[in-house]
Design a protein around this ligand. Structure first.
Ligand code: MG
Length: 231
């Protein structure tokens, strides 16, 4: 009788581990990191307070950019010159620089034939803190922006402060940012793509706008995202 009991248990003991080795549980999306552009919301208080995904920190000597298909950072190119980003730099998730953003640029400048750059809305975030690397989210409070045009493409740069930052967190207006810092941002964006010998200066910053205009630009980029991705 005893040997019969062992005989019943033994196949079961071997069968269960055999099945477990080939069993794959149903895929659970929570096991995967959300795509920084598409899988994370801009936040319930957008545009006053937004989530921002940071691609570049001021110490980076390499330009990192989101690889749109994988959602990971990819090395875009080593910086061509000594210029490094003056601030944290990245984008607001679930935004798109499309038709509505371009139309505002046309209205404000009187130009025609402007298109969006078809990227998420860029954002520069002021903070007193040093960050070791990019690829993280933070809460940012937009206070203005740079109206940048690259060729015929609107490439706005929202300027924001890191929420609760001890040095910049209380700033509400672009006019309260030191002019030298705005000049440094303008210089960076006007020069980082361009060799000194390039005769054709295709990147222009035509305006520095206030918080109210930044709210409009962000809101338009949210609608452009919805249109682009049929939401
Ligand atoms: Mg852009």
């Amino acid at each position: 009788m005893e040997s019969q009991g062992v005989g019943v248990v033994f196949p079961f003991v071997t069968f269960v581990p055999f099945c477990a080795a080939f069993y794959h549980p149903p895929m659970n999306k929570q096991l995967f990191q959300a795509h920084p552009w598409h899988g994370v919301a801009p936040g319930p208080k957008t545009p006053e307070l937004v989530n921002a995904y940071i691609e570049i920190v001021p110490t980076d000597a390499v330009k990192y950019e989101l690889d749109k298909s994988s959602g990971h950072l990819r090395v875009d190119r080593p910086q061509r010159f000594s210029s490094m980003s003056p601030t944290l730099y990245g984008f607001i998730p679930q935004t798109f620089c499309g038709r509505e953003v371009a139309e505002l640029c046309e209205q404000r400048t009187g130009r025609t034939g402007i298109e969006g750059d078809k990227d998420p809305m860029d954002i520069c975030v002021l903070s007193e803190k040093a960050f070791a690397h990019g690829s993280f989210f933070l809460h940012a409070r937009p206070i203005g922006g740079l109206r940048m045009i690259d060729g015929n493409e609107a490439d706005d740069k929202i300027i924001a402060v890191l929420q609760s930052d001890l040095a910049y967190g209380e700033i509400l207006k672009i006019d309260d940012v030191p002019q030298g810092l705005i000049d440094r941002l303008k210089h960076y964006f006007l020069s980082y793509k361009q060799l000194p010998s390039d005769a054709d200066k295709r990147v222009e910053i035509v305006d520095v706008y206030d918080r109210e205009e930044a709210m409009d630009v962000i809101t338009r980029s949210l609608r452009d995202y919805s249109s682009e991705f049929n939401l």
